[in-house]
Design a binder for this molecule. Sequence first.
Ligand code: CA
Length: 227
Amino acid sequence: MRILLVEDEERMAQALCEILRLEKYEVDCYRDGISGLDAVESDVYDVIILDVMLPGLDGFTIAKKARKQGIRTPILMLTAKGELDDKVTGLDSGADDYLTKPFMTKELLARLRALLRRGMNTPDGVLSFGDIQLDTNTFTLCCITNGQNVKLSEKEYRILEYLTANQGQVLTREQFAVKIWGFDSDAEYNNVEVYMSFTRKKLNFVGAKTEIKAVRGLGYELRCSDV
Ligand code: CA
């Protein structure tokens, strides 16, 4: 799970990054509204934590712009104590939830988990496409026509999760690299191809008709010709 944090207060940002990484989330942090909006627009995050008062562009404006562009990633807005109107404005602007500073770590993590579940849109923990199903808890890939299943590695799972969440769209190698390995990772784009081929082998193994199609010069797309 990849989280975007936009927070200008240094100590707050550092503390939040530390907490989130301890919980095994991947975190990218931006310290101003302009670069924050850029990151939001990359649309590679599973949840976004937005501070309201930011240099450059405030959190409300970022949320509004994101929603206008059709970015549906859940947004948790951080507001300062006493800014009661912020709550209303935050929800109006397209944020899904808000949290008033100072807050307890436990509270933050609970809200994040709720938003992540909502973002996945999978109350039963299953993602589906064509003749395949992905179990979001056990990382198991199953072909529904023959009942064959296989366990996926974390990266293979992330690849299929990303593809099923963006059905009908071609996703670029760059998007995969950022989404799965992170902006500041040393992952070369070859990694994407290597893991793409592992993932295809798993699809073959379960006998799925669903395929990862390479779209020349563009990227990859999930297709199922025959179900
Ligand atoms: Ca701030």
